[in-house]
Ligand binder design. Sequence first.
Ligand code: PMP
Ligand code: GLN
Length: 383
Amino acid sequence: LVGKFAAFRSTIFAEMTALAQRTGAINLGQGFPDSDGPPELLSAAAEAVLSGHNQYPPLPGVPALRTAIAEQRAADYGTPYDPDTEILVTAGATEAIAAAIAALVPAGDEVLVFEPYYDSYGAAIALAGAVRRTVRLRPAGDRFTFDPGELAAAVTPRTRAFLVNTPHNPTGTVLSAAELAAVAELCERHDLIAITDEVYEHLVFDGVRHVPLASLPGMAARTLTISSAGKTFNATGWKVGWICGPAPMVAAVRTVKQYLTFAGGTPFQHAVAAVLPDRHRWLDSLRARLTATRDTLRDTLTATGWRCFACQGTYFLQVDAGSVGYVDGTALCHDLATEAQVVAIPSGAFYADPASGREFVRFAFCKSPAVIATAAARLAGFA
Ligand code: PMP
Ligand code: GLN
């Protein structure tokens, strides 16, 4: 292995998807749906290609998409953004996260993150030459949360930013009003920038509400909010994401972004702009389908002795490897792939030290009811 970032090797998602392809196992590892988004989205993309939207878009993104994003955030959360200066379209949420940290956190300063965290966070912080500080989420009953004392103790004079993900991958936690208030209070007390990853903003279940940190009193002025069309419209391969926030912060992110990718995905941006205003019916049905597949998986596993954690949102259900006799999630995932023909993700991949999360395993349930029923039956037979 060569290169400055050799330690990051290949992502667990690429590794486990390759394993599923090699073995023919059902892939509940990498989080991507097995069906496409709404037909209107697909035809809008085809139309955009055929009607000549195939050259570079403007650096900040096509105006119609920025306007649609501003309208969505105002309607859903009451947070106003100026489409010209406060919204930037990015190559997925992944680019937005990396560009935001590179733009706003000086090398050597610290970024606070809840651990476990989505794997690109560690790499994005390292690419910026910044330092990661973690605050652990742990199960309290069956739901993962943080200890406010530990959170307060994690901040140092070098801490610049707090990278927050809600709904949270991989735990399925959606931060509550009280938890968000604690995060906001900490950011204000220590003058931190908040960078919030809300790619699962619409994928919340059982009446749980997603509340953006930027909508809390005083927080809009210090918060960059990130989302993506990938999860909202079953289009993870399109890599259309965005970041919204105060104009000077968005301008700083734009400066970095222009030298990473400049811009991209013109026809896909037009297609997302066309359907975002009519998202409600699609999202109601998507949430209903995800609730049903989550329930099938969780109920079948629980009935056969697996310990499942609460899943309030996202694509993911976490389980305790110990409940089926394993101390190590990696060993469990290996045996599941070969013996049950189901691929999952060992959640140690979401920890700075994988040993810290070795008892947890993550299943993605964003698949058809038939696939989930088959996978659940195989897992029930394994336990
Ligand atoms: N953040 C989280 C929490 C994710 O789970 C993912 C994976 N989709 C991303 C960011 C990346 O999003 P995108 O594909 O839009 O880059
Ligand atoms: N967000 C997806 C997950 O958590 C993976 C995206 C990727 O492959 N990088 O499974």
